[in-house]
Design a protein around this ligand. Structure first.
Ligand SMILES: NC(=O)c1ccc[n+]([C@@H]2O[C@H](COP(=O)([O-])OP(=O)(O)OC[C@H]3O[C@@H](n4cnc5c(N)ncnc54)[C@H](O)[C@@H]3O)[C@@H](O)[C@H]2O)c1
Length: 333
């Protein structure tokens, strides 16, 4: 079988992770082309043996040899590129969110369907071995009837203000992963969202029109509830924990640490620091999600995460904004 030919748009933090995995760890694929405005990103791709680099993504859409396109550029560019890719008949791997506007994201998914091309939305945490194990245990009834879920998701540092301005805001940029995780673990849909938050970390984030600290309460159609806590800055590093509570027990995910060494002295016992950030904490998930994307493409299987999942997460993020603004719970239609 010929190798699957891939083009990547955007060679920043996430584009580099996907490029590395595709070039060094996944068989049966070849990244032939990378488009990125800056020379730094292009040079990075060249170092991994990518033959064609450009500052113009048309080089990817126009190439009939390319089978699939990874959209790893800033969030406000995803929709245009995804529609362009669909019209060019390419399979799509789209970073989250599909777009900041629900209407535009729906337009993308409809266009992708009309063009009959496969599309996967990059909710990588579903592929993390810990989160995946919890999902399976819950769906097998290991903790009985699920009653509540608690997700804590805190970054070690806020991104640059330039990134924040292009990100769609906290709920669509950061919480969106947790909203998807809540749906994924619970296995049913959210019926109501309440969100509150504020700017506690950097006034420049407020000046950019965003918040950096938030708490959300979700109600699900099965009667269960979830709480999501977000912060753009945890002094102790990347904090990604989850607890799901049911009639027969509880499942918990704690933070993996840099090493397993514990030290003890007259003041107490100390363990190592948390993993640095998403690049380290979710390294395995990025590899597994890309393997599944390639596997689905190669064997013409259904994509493991669908455009509709991307849409549903945006619906919840938009409800969170409405709730935050109007200071009331928002029903999901
Ligand atoms: N799934 C995840 O865990 C995860 C993690 C980080 C980022 N993301 C998503 O990935 C996307 C990129 O985030 P990032 O952290 O890599 O950002 P980044 O700023 O590090 O990288 C973006 C790259 O895109 C390039 N770029 C800018 N405008 C472009 C354009 N019009 N066309 C093509 N390339 C362009 C930039 O030069 C840069 O190299 C965002 O949508 C973000 O939400 C997802």
């Amino acid at each position: 079988m010929d190798s699957i030919k891939i083009g990547i748009i955007g060679m920043g933090r996430i584009g580099k992770i996907h490029l590395q995995n595709l070039c060094t760890k996944i068989e049966g694929v070849e990244v032939t082309t990378v488009a990125n405005p800056s020379k730094v990103g292009q040079d990075y791709a060249t170092r991994f043996g990518v033959q064609n680099v450009s500052n113009n993504a048309e080089i990817i859409f126009d190439n009939p040899e390319i089978d699939a396109i990874l959209i790893c550029s800033p969030s406000d560019t995803h929709a245009d590129y995804a529609i362009r890719a669909a019209l060019a008949g390419k399979a799509i791997f789209c970073e989250k969110p599909i777009d900041m506007s629900l209407e535009r994201a729906k337009e993308v998914v409809l266009k992708v369907k009309a063009c009959d091309v496969p599309m996967m939305v990059a909710f990588n945490r579903r592929f993390d071995p810990d989160f995946n194990k919890v999902k399976i245990a819950v769906s097998e009834g290991k903790i009985g009837t699920v009653q509540s879920l608690h997700i804590i998701s805190r970054d070690p540092e806020p991104p640059s203000i330039a990134y924040i301005k292009q990100s769609g805001g906290l709920f669509k940029d950061m919480t969106i992963h947790d909203l998807d995780m809540a749906r994924f673990i619970m296995g049913c849909e959210v019926t109501e969202v309440y969100a509150t938050g504020s700017c506690m970390i950097d006034p420049a984030i407020a000046e950019a029109g965003d918040i950096d600290t938030a708490t959300l309460v979700l109600h699900f159609e099965n009667g269960a509830t979830a709480v999501i806590e977000n912060s753009r800055k945890a002094a102790y590093g990347y904090d990604q924990r989850l607890e799901v509570f049911g009639s027969k027990g509880m499942l918990q995910i704690n933070n993996p640490l840099m090493t397993n060494v514990t030290s003890a002295n007259e003041y107490g016992s100390h363990s190592d620091v948390n993993l640095n950030f998403f690049i380290d904490r979710y390294a395995t998930s990025y590899l597994l999600e890309m393997q599944d994307f390639v596997e689905a493409l190669g064997h013409r299987k259904s994509m493991p995460v669908h455009g509709e999942d991307g849409i549903k997460a945006i619906v919840l993020a938009e409800a969170a904004y409405a709730s935050f603004r109007e200071k009331r719970p928002i029903k999901i239609g």
